[in-house]
Design a protein. Structure first.
Length: 418
């Protein structure tokens, strides 16, 4: 018996194959028959033998015309049969990552060499790396929802994914709640009060209500994640169905996804928007002003009427188009740029690449739509600051009020502090 190989001692030449540690761990787990955490020679050869058989069957299923080679159209069609719809361009990029001789087709040997030490067992798993963006929650609500296959919808994967995103969003929003509250204070008060400075604002909040005051408004901010995500996903699926019409299975273009995502975001925002107003009011409240969410809603209803729950609705809706459009366009551009630069090797971009793409695209979208977000927040806070300007509760007058009280460069640049 050849001695076992510890996981930490496994290393492969970069010239032969490029594997990251999670892949190596999966290979060891797949071949470790006796579950001792090591891979001996017999286990390793058995893994290679059985994995090569699976790869052979997979290659034959992809090679639909039985010519011994697989092209981009065959990859696209095979994935479609699995319920995963991708563009021909993306199928070609996946193919190029395995195409060593640059013939725009792959033969059995190229297929085997690429996947022999790769724990991904089918092309569906590879496609999922780009189909699902990392679910980064940055406190915004205008992103285009993910695409899911019919198999994922039927298996319950969709709702598990959405639930995981909601939990992760709750944790991240709670962690960044002090900065979010400071952002709202800076948006509302600007440079016109003692709260209009970063450090003075933080000190004023702590002095007024203690450290716990930094988390005011976080409860409803977390509470609205689940209904907003669910409504947006359901609306997105329904809108896509209407756009496809009788052409079931047709993959929507990027522009069509943008339209569907924007409409879904508008639908979700229309339904949960009163919670946005409550969140702003609770964030700005003073100690003892409200006893809770219900009391805040009751006071707004009694003093300002039902329409107060939709203050700032217009700029909020107008902000959907630049945010969602730029977010999606930048993400697609970065994704395609990565694929262009990595036509050889694994098409898996890795977590950090996905995180980077998602962060950069979301940041660009926020920069473009931020002036509208500033106006929206000021309009939502009118009940708190109405003594300053009784007429600025409408969109036009809010802009006019900003121009008269804050310089235009300040509106355009200094409002991007947070």
């Amino acid at each position: 018996m050849v001695p076992g190989i510890p996981l930490s001692s496994i290393s492969l030449s970069p010239a032969s194959i490029s594997l990251c540690m999670p892949y190596i761990q999966q290979v060891v787990r797949a071949g470790d028959i006796n579950h001792d955490g090591q891979l001996d020679f017999e286990e390793f050869t058995e893994y290679l033998r059985s994995h090569e058989k699976r790869l052979k069957l997979m290659f034959r299923s992809l090679d639909r015309n039985n010519d011994g080679e697989v092209d981009a159209e065959e990859i696209q069609q095979s994935l479609h049969n699995l319920g995963v719809d991708i563009s021909l361009e993306l199928a070609a990029k996946i193919l190029q990552s395995m195409d060593k001789d640059h013939s725009m087709t792959i033969d059995w040997f190229e297929w085997r060499d690429h996947f022999l030490f790769n724990p991904l067992h089918n092309m569906e798993e590879i496609a999922q790396y780009w189909k699902h963006s990392v679910m980064l929650d940055i406190g915004e609500h205008l992103t285009v929802p993910d695409e899911f296959s019919e198999k994922e919808k039927q298996s319950g994967f969709v709702w598990r994914q959405l639930m995981a995103g909601a939990v992760a969003g709750s944790v991240s929003r709670t962690g960044t709640a002090p900065l979010d509250r400071l952002k709202v204070f800076l948006q509302v008060h600007g440079q016109t009060s003692d709260k209009g400075n970063v450090w003075r604002g933080l000190r004023a909040m702590v002095k007024e209500g203690g450290l716990a005051a930094l988390w005011r408004g976080n409860g409803i901010n977390v509470l609205k994640i689940a209904p907003e995500t669910a409504i947006k996903f359901l609306a997105y699926e329904q809108i896509k169905r209407l756009m496809r019409g009788s052409k079931e299975g047709v993959t929507l273009k990027v522009q069509e996804r943008f339209v569907a995502g924007s409409l879904a975001g508008a639908t979700a925002q229309t339904i949960i928007y009163p919670m946005e107003v409550l969140k702003t009011r609770l964030t700005l409240r003073k100690t003892g002003q409200y006893s809770g969410m219900a009391d805040c809603a009751k006071q707004i209803l009694q003093k300002e009427g039902v329409l107060a729950f939709y203050k700032g609705y217009l700029p909020n809706m107008l902000g959907i188009i630049p945010y969602a459009g730029i977010d999606l366009a930048v993400y697609e551009t970065l994704k395609n740029a990565w694929l262009q630069r990595h036509t050889e090797g694994s098409p898996d971009p890795g977590v950090m690449v996905l995180v980077g793409c998602g962060t950069v695209s979301s940041t660009c979208g926020q920069l473009a739509s931020y002036p509208l977000a500033l106006i929206r927040t000021r309009m939502q806070a009118q009940g708190e600051t109405q003594t300053q300007n009784q007429t600025s509760c409408e969109f036009y007058f809010c802009i006019k009020h900003l121009r008269s009280t804050v310089s235009i460069p300040c509106v355009q640049l200094s409002t991007y502090i947070f």
